[in-house]
Design a protein around this ligand. Structure first.
Ligand code: SAH
Length: 344
């Protein structure tokens, strides 16, 4: 595979252009074109520079090969990478703007029992430019520019564990929020992790004001370990300590994801357990009804049961919401599209 130009920060791009004997302003032209989601071959630069770049760099690091549209406006995309791997992404439309869900790895090695992304294990990490290109491509598809973005918010909740691909994700966070680029501010970005504790500390030390989201899904380490192998390595107590540190460093409250699985984690005792764990902490709980993945054999709860659980949390003094299920008719859950594509 060739290298990926979108991996470079603006400064790195400038250095590359200078090292190729070109004038500095060429870097700006190129960077502008890339930010608009263009292929190298579509950007208005000299033919000599273009062919020099194309010798070493991918013309189009990712491209959309399939689009699925839900009746609620949600769009899901299958992207092909330059090496033939496929990943998926989602664009969700809200009143305040459009949120894109991006993948950070091809597959995943965390092994959560309810998740489709991890079914075939980890294939490889995405580079920062491959993560960024998902956004540049979808922004362009919807007529967005850097000044008037079609993608206003980003969640790192597609396939992969972002903190298991830390360096590339960190570089992505810096490049996507660079003011002379697509400029999605960190405040509009959510990073979701299954709880890789040492990396939460590393991220806190970067002091990036993003929204940190933790996939909790259970109230005890034993129960959590039944569906999330990572729980054998890091306890809920360690996660809560890391979150407290994150808050201390960034001043940002953190969010817990809690996917409701019938018969597993949504009884009265679970609500009580959550309240005991989280009451008084600067956090929010996001409930979501499990998206059933047929290979996984777990079932979701009814909407009524989900609201009952939400009510218990609220009564207990927690800040919580039930996320509406969107795009379920087009394979809403992480990794579902890729899996069905691979088994076609
Ligand atoms: N690896 C990261 C990002 C994964 S996806 C993490 O674990 O947080 C984002 C969220 O969707 C996570 O909270 C994940 O646990 C949850 N999730 C995965 N599969 C799901 C499913 N089938 N139904 C509901 N939520 C699911």
């Amino acid at each position: 595979m060739k290298k990926i130009l979108q991996d470079l920060s603006f400064e790195e791009l400038e250095n590359l252009i200078l090292s190729l004997g070109e004038k500095k302003f060429r870097a700006e032209q190129l960077h502008k074109g890339l930010t608009l989601g263009k292929k190298i071959s579509q950007i208005n630069i000299s033919p000599a520079l273009r062919s020099k770049l194309l010798e070493e760099y991918e013309d189009e690091p990712i491209k959309i090969i399939k689009t699925f549209r839900s009746s609620d406006g949600t769009e899901k995309y299958l992207f092909a990478l330059a090496d033939g791997n496929v990943i998926e992404g989602v664009l969700m439309k809200y009143k305040y703007g459009n949120t894109q869900c991006v993948s950070t790895q091809v597959g995943c090695r965390m092994g959560c029992k309810f998740c489709a992304s991890t079914l075939g294990g980890l294939v490889r990490n995405l580079t920062s430019g491959e993560i960024l290109s998902q956004i540049l491509t979808v922004n362009a598809l919807h007529g967005g520019t850097a000044e008037k973005r079609a993608v206003t918010n980003v969640v790192l909740m597609g396939s992969g564990e972002p903190l298991d691909n830390y360096d590339n994700v960190l570089k992505f966070l810096k490049n996507v929020s660079a003011q002379n680029g697509i400029n999605v501010s960190a405040r509009n970005i959510s990073l979701s992790t299954c709880g890789l504790v040492p990396k939460i500390y590393d991220l806190a030390n970067e002091n990036i004001p993003l929204n940190l989201t933790i996939s909790l899904h259970q109230i005890s380490d034993e129960a959590r370990a039944r569906t999330m192998p990572v729980a054998k390595k890091y306890s809920i107590e360690e996660i809560l300590k890391a979150c407290a540190y994150y808050f201390e460093k960034t001043g940002r409250r953190y969010i817990f994801e809690y996917s409701l699985i019938a018969g597993e984690n949504c009884g009265k005792e679970h609500a009580e357990g959550l309240i005991k764990l989280l009451k008084g902490k600067p956090c929010h709980v996001n409930l979501i009804r499990l998206n059933e993945v047929k290979e996984r054999g777990l079932t979701t709860v009814t909407e009524k049961e989900a609201y009952r659980f939400l009510g218990l949390l609220e009564k207990g003094g927690l800040s919580a919401t039930l996320r509406r299920q969107i795009g379920a008719d087009i394979g809403g859950a992480c990794g579902q599209l890729r899996i069905s594509y691979l088994s076609e």
